[in-house]
Design a protein around this ligand. Structure first.
Ligand code: SF4
Length: 330
């Protein structure tokens, strides 16, 4: 959990989280706003949210919001998706700098150039994009998938077509395995899921006799090979809820997800698997996404109060919307 502080120049000022929550409640009424929070943001933000969930659930929830303003506590591409689904609403995000290493690994101009090259080589393909992409990339694709619906959507790509899967090579490799479809994989990855330490996973299994490993399919193959249950965040949550016998789960996904697991299935113990700090090579028991961690209660309060930063509509959102609509809502 991040410390409840505000930054004023170099000085950080403590603010009581309960006062902040009350203030946010008041502002929500005053500004006619709803809060959507991804499972990877701090638990205290999930607790004040009107909707919390994974990318697929939140994309669908965004279409049901009745208020005129949405605050999306997550990362930038999620705010874009909420705006695409709700062009007439004001969509605010607590921190404009909350990006995503995976989305950044597939710039739209590079994807367009690669697609052009494939076409000129006579390849007949459809492009399937993981939802962790910018709206500009979504507008270049035929399908958008989340880890929750990828298998179903890939089944909708005609058998005679090749599949170009972007941007996550690990999720793509896993989907090739479970669907039996060959894919051209874009070499992107998530900075959080890529760094889980296999040695620490083996050690954690040894130290927790009888434990089960649950992992996100964005993890590399060596982690998935030691995993008992592979699924997106919502599927993992459903899985731990379905297990009634108290169990220790070793968790290979962003560690804020443990808050949602503990709320949904308090009978279990959840242990985050360590990641390797790429800067030092040391392992750390807290796999926090630095982009998701930019969301704080203070920033949620401030963006409501200032009605900024706001996601602005762009021309290419219209095409991205057509792809999102047919992929996620139909
Ligand atoms: S956890 Fe990975 S995929 Fe998710 S927002 Fe952070 S960098 Fe992007």
């Amino acid at each position: 959990m991040s410390l409840p502080v505000v930054t004023s120049g170099d000085n950080e000022v403590y603010e009581d989280p309960l006062d902040l929550m009350d203030e946010i409640d008041e502002l929500k009424k005053e500004k006619d706003a709803s809060i959507l929070a991804h499972f990877y943001v701090d638990g205290e933000i999930q607790d004040i949210a009107d909707y919390s969930g994974d990318s697929l659930k939140l994309a669908r929830d965004a279409t049901r919001v009745k208020t005129s303003t949405i605050v999306f506590a997550g990362v930038h591409f999620m705010g874009e998706s909420a705006k695409i689904m709700n062009p007439e609403k004001r969509v605010l995000i607590p921190d404009m700098l909350a990006g995503c290493s995976l989305a950044d690994s597939c710039p739209a101009d590079q994807l367009a150039a690669f697609q052009e090259q494939l076409r000129s080589d006579g390849r007949d393909f459809e492009t399937v994009a993981y939802i962790n992409t910018t709206a500009a990339v979504k507008s270049l694709c035929d399908w958008i998938v989340t880890s929750g619906n990828a298998q179903e959507i890939i089944g909708r790509v005609p058998a005679g077509k090749e599949i170009l899967f972007v941007p996550d090579q690990h999720l793509g490799r896993y989907l090739m395995e479970v669907t039996g479809r060959k894919m051209i994989l874009w070499p992107g990855s998530c900075m959080v899921h890529e760094v889980f330490s296999i040695q620490d996973l083996i050690r954690a299994k040894r130290n927790n006799a009888g434990s089960k490993v649950i992992a996100h399919p964005e993890c590399p193959q060596n982690i998935l090979e030691l995993t008992d249950f592979i699924g997106g965040t919502e599927k993992m949550r459903q899985h731990v809820m379905a297990v009634k016998e108290p169990t220790t789960f070793l968790v290979a996904t962003e560690s804020a997800m443990i808050h949602a697991f503990e709320k949904s299935a308090p009978q279990h113990k959840f242990v985050p698997i360590a990641g390797i700090m790429t800067s030092t090579g040391e392992t750390c028991a807290c796999n926090r996404c630095p982009h998701m961690a930019r969301n704080t209660l203070q920033k949620v309060r401030d963006c409501l109060k200032n009605e900024s930063p706001e996601v602005e509509w762009k021309d290419y959102f219209q095409q991205a919307r057509a792809v999102l609509d047919k992929s996620l809502l139909k």
